[in-house]
Design a protein around this ligand. Structure first.
Ligand SMILES: [Zn+2]
Length: 293
């Protein structure tokens, strides 16, 4: 009897130890970081990133055959859902994976692109949800809601996501506090990446430097200089993933300060769970330094 019991326990342990691993593939680095927080210490999940961790916003990226293999092998595919995947051709691939469209968790917050130029680059909707700490938290909860069909695992994912969302609410409050009471808070940025963050902060984006993903023309630069001189622009923000020479030129011509803000669209694969918050607090210090005179 005892021998049977020992054998039964041994079998249970073995099944648990060799439980099949679920392959979770995220389309972009921000979703990779958020999902890493949702998974936490839950075992038997292999989290992977599809696009390069060290690239910028993946608007121009084309999937390699190796990427396509990973899509084919994925059990769960976590996507932005607002046009980024169409850019990299992911929407044309067939996959057995269950797809989690994270934009569904924030659908009443989605911003439309205002200008035709940005529409051409990104499609109708602005996909850069992930730079807003507030939306990061909501995306985590949407991922936790759909990541597993196992009740216990689901509960753990939701606990992790709720804890992460709480951290993100605190971070959001730090950002919102910076612009309280400021009279002038109009800025220029590289491309539409900070729209959601700045909307949370009440910062108005008067123009974007990039022209259909490329460096602006001489005429566009003249237009921007004129705009900066007439619209009380207080800052010109660029991104580390793109060249800063246009921002520096505009700053020299107008005397308006320029600074680099990191939208955390790229970073190390082995980043700590608080990597996004750490990078964003560096951005916060830069914004404070420029906006609060
Ligand atoms: Zn982008």
């Amino acid at each position: 009897m005892l021998r049977l019991l020992v054998l039964f326990v041994f079998c249970l342990v073995s099944v648990n130890a060799y439980a099949s691993t679920v392959r979770v593939l995220t389309s972009t680095y921000p979703l990779y970081l958020i999902t890493k927080n949702v998974i936490g210490n839950v075992k038997n999940i292999k989290l992977e990133l599809l696009t390069p961790a060290n690239g910028g916003c993946p608007h121009d990226y084309s999937l390699s055959s190796k990427d396509m293999m990973r899509v084919a092998k994925a059990d769960v595919l976590i996507v932005n859902g607002l046009g980024l995947e169409a850019h990299i051709g992911l929407n044309k691939l067939s996959s057995k994976a269950r797809v989690i469209d994270t934009s569904m968790g924030v659908k009443d917050r989605i911003l439309l692109h205002k200008t035709q130029i940005v529409k051409d680059l990104h499609g109708k909707f602005n996909p850069h949800l992930f730079v807003s700490p507030r939306l990061n938290g909501e995306i985590a909860i949407e991922i936790a809601r759909h990541l597993s069909y196992d009740k216990n695992q689901s509960r753990q994912f939701m606990q992790n996501a709720m804890a992460y969302a709480k951290q993100m609410q605190k971070l959001n409050a730090e950002f919102v506090a910076v612009t309280q009471g400021l009279k002038h808070k109009s800025v220029i940025q590289s491309h539409g990446v900070f729209d959601y963050l700045f909307a949370d902060m009440g910062i108005e984006i008067k123009a974007k430097m990039q022209d259909q993903g490329r460096e602006p023309s001489a005429a566009k630069i003249r237009f921007l200089i004129n705009l900066i001189n007439t619209e009380h622009i207080v800052a010109i923000f660029s991104e580390p993933q793109y060249p800063q020479k246009v921002a520096i030129l505009l700053s020299k011509e107008t005397g308006v300060p320029t600074a680099v803000l990191d939208p955390v669209v790229s970073g190390p694969l082995d980043a700590n769970l608080d990597y996004f918050a750490t990078q964003m607090r560096k951005n916060l210090q830069i914004i404070k330094r420029i906006l609060i005179k």
